[in-house]
Design a protein around this ligand. Structure first.
Ligand code: ATP
Length: 464
């Protein structure tokens, strides 16, 4: 695809999401709220399906991984221990011409020059100055910027501070969910029967004061993370890491993403404690970008929390008597990054009878609506009743929709656009003895007649 086609795809996905009730800009009637989005009726179904699939493979299918739901607010010291208060910052530059704010490291990356958020302000500015003529403002394409300033991404709050100056002792909306996992490691060890190696998985909201917000739901200031932290013996860390990498790659293939749109990116510049770090990147319309991080973190996290809390977090192996601080490998991904990847991957346009048919070829397990039930004509009460009866029968098993808007052609088009794999239509034959309905397949548009008595079996096979 050319650059224009790619940008076109992004615009088409954004427009479909708005038009068909997947994703709306937050607070839209007030003019929107930058880099925050709301999920509409179909978006919330898709997000839940994504989370359900993740939870299934991460927790349900694994004896050695347990679930957790820790709170968004935590003791502020946690964010000191983790390094976020001092070091969780991105270098911000402002275009002097149009005042668009950008991340200096991202602008440099675009011209092939490495810089990252861990560098000091001075280091970044040094590199930025050298490349001043080459980096471009993404908005006005000029090349005149303010000096880079480090900007902390933690979102501050005044929780529990009723009288004092809360800015001096702020609380924080969590910047990542995994800190809740680290600080519950001891609880889980003491209250369940797990032994090392084991993992803790959690899905929950995280908040970051992101500087740039130009890529729809790819980078938002409020987002949901799905994170799994796996606690290992120091000598086993890298073996487990390789297994985790394999699993995570397979996970995206099983989810239905096209392999040509995925790749591994190795981190060349590791933080001092990391053993190894890879990202799985997806080919978004704006280029390959991070979908998920799979990192080997050594024993940094538990060591820090042990130091700051004063609690002993060593693990005792009761069989060998060995004591050690577990090492951690992690898988970390944003729900909306998967959602955007899935939407871009399945967005399809097809020419049918000189018209463009738009559809989301979502795998059945991700489709917001699994089956739509319709009467052929909405002014015939006997057809309407039968279609509603069928909806009432199947709604307990699948997320279904009763749809009698417009004519049947319009209904199919709308259901194609929201990715519904099957549409069931009740017509006059249905009312006969041995009644049958037509089942239309989204992808092939083929219709087959199925006896009502066989419908349950029919769908059992389709939604395995
Ligand atoms: P980036 O380099 O894109 O800012 P990061 O390296 O800071 O991301 P991590 O801190 O490793 O990201 O977060 C783990 C995962 O959480 C990411 O791989 C991504 O899927 C998701 N994520 C991070 N920030 C955001 C965000 N602002 N919006 C949506 N998802 C996010």
């Amino acid at each position: 695809m050319s650059n224009n086609e790619n940008l076109d795809l992004m615009q088409k996905v954004i427009s479909l999401c708005k038009r068909r009730g997947f994703i709306y800009p937050s607070s839209e009637i007030y003019g929107g709220y930058s880099a925050i989005y709301d999920y509409g009726p179909y978006g919330v179904e898709l997000a839940q399906a994504i989370k359900r699939e993740w939870w299934r493979v991460m927790v349900q299918y694994r004896e050695d991984i347990l679930g957790l739901d820790s709170s968004i607010f935590m003791h502020p010291k946690i964010w000191e221990a983790s390094g976020h208060v001092k070091g969780f910052s991105d270098p911000l530059v402002e275009c002097k011409d149009c005042h668009t704010r950008s991340r200096a490291d991202h602008l440099l990356e675009e011209i092939g020059v490495f810089a990252d958020e861990k560098m000091s302000e001075g280091e970044i500015n040094e590199i930025f100055k050298k490349n001043m003529g080459k980096v471009m403002c993404p908005n006005c394409k000029k090349s005149d910027f303010s000096a880079a300033k480090k900007f902390n991404l933690l979102v501050q709050a005044n929780l529990g501070n009723f009288t004092g100056d809360w800015k001096k002792e702020p609380s924080y909306l969590r910047g990542e969910t995994c800190q809740g996992i680290y600080v519950n490691y001891r609880n889980i060890l003491d209250s369940t029967r797990v032994k090392i190696p084991f993992g803790i998985a959690q899905i929950g909201k995280a908040f970051r004061n992101e500087i740039t917000a130009r890529q729809f739901i790819f980078r938002t200031r409020e987002f949901e993370q799905m994170e799994m932290q796996y606690f290992t013996h120091p000598d086993k860390e890298m073996d487990e890491y390789e297994k985790l990498r394999e699993n995570r790659w397979q996970y995206y293939l099983d989810l239905g993403l096209q392999e040509k749109n995925l790749r591994w990116k190795k981190h060349e510049h590791l933080v001092f404690y990391a053993k190894e770090a890879y990202d799985i990147e997806y080919r978004y319309p704006f280029g390959f970008s991070e979908l998920e991080g799979v990192h080997a973190r050594g024993n940094y996290d538990l060591t820090q929390h042990s130091k700051y809390s004063g609690k002993d977090l060593t693990y005792i192996d009761h069989e060998t008597g060995e004591r050690y601080i577990p090492h951690i490998i992690e898988s970390s991904v944003g729900v909306s990054r998967i959602m955007l990847a899935v939407l871009c991957d399945v967005y399809t346009e097809e020419k049918v009878d000189n018209e463009v048919r738009v559809m989301l070829k979502l795998p059945p397990n991700l489709a917001p609506i699994k089956i739509a039930f319709s009467p052929l004509l909405r002014n015939r009460s006997e057809l309407v009743k039968q279609a509603k009866d069928l909806f009432d029968r199947f709604k307990y098993k699948y997320m279904c929709e009763y749809d009698d808007n417009g004519n049947i052609g319009k209904r199919y088009r709308r259901q194609d656009e929201i990715g519904t794999p099957y549409c069931v239509t009740v017509d006059f034959d249905t009312l006969e003895k041995n009644s049958t309905v037509t089942v239309r397949d989204r992808d092939t548009m083929k219709q087959e007649r199925v006896k009502i008595d066989d419908l349950d079996n029919y769908f059992n096979k389709k939604f395995i």
